[in-house]
Write a new protein. Structure first.
Length: 202
């Protein structure tokens, strides 16, 4: 009585796929990135309880455990509000695998962040009067695309080309400062915003 030699059979993990449904940069701040999608084993067969990783420029920056979406479909992930630096970046979602499921990765997406353009107004009252003349310099700093005021931002005031100091905008983007002009003559006054890591100067 005999038998054949045993032959080993290797059973690999389930093949997985990352299905991206949205790569979105916020309209009011394009440095904020959302990536939304599903981890699946087979067509629309979502997998819960596994970890989806967001890679920016090849670096793992954000992760989330897959779960049911608002419509109760499993395998969902929403990697939200990642703050990118200025410039052009690559974004990719990866699943690193487990004992049951094989690793997989999405396509690579290119995303670019730019400074948000701004608008600065300046008004002066009164425009003339006898010395010493007390004037008020006021205005507002806003995001040009949305018109939303930019709070807590320094505005520089210049008189005849010389900086007089910096004043911060309030919660709605407004600024106001008073000066006393003691010398007769014409004084050229303007306001300036030098810009920041998020906003263009103006």
């Amino acid at each position: 009585m005999g038998r054949t030699a045993a032959i080993g059979v290797t059973v690999l993990g389930f093949v997985t796929e990352i299905r991206i449904i949205q790569v979105y940069q916020h309209a009011t701040d394009n440095s904020l990135l959302d990536v939304i999608g599903y981890l699946e084993a087979g067509a629309y067969n979502g997998i819960n309880g596994e970890i989806a990783h967001l890679f920016i420029d090849g670096v793992d920056v954000l992760s989330e455990v897959t779960h049911n979406d608002p419509g109760d479909t499993p395998g969902y992930f929403d990697l939200l509000n990642y703050q990118m630096t200025l410039g052009t970046h690559t974004a990719q979602v990866k699943y690193l695998g487990s004992a049951t499921y094989n690793p997989s990765e999405s396509a690579v997406y290119t995303v670019s962040t730019t400074l948000i353009p701004t608008t600065l107004t300046c008004s002066i009252t009164p425009l003339s009067g006898s010395a010493p003349l007390i004037i008020s310099v006021s205005g507002r700093l806003t995001e040009t695309p949305t018109g939303i005021g930019i709070p807590g931002t320094m505005i520089d005031i210049y008189m005849n080309g010389l900086r007089q100091g910096g004043w911060y905008t309030d919660a709605s983007g407004f600024y106001s400062v008073g000066f006393t002009l003691s010398n007769p003559g014409v004084v050229d006054i303007y306001a300036e915003f030098v810009g920041s890591g998020k906003y263009e100067g103006c």
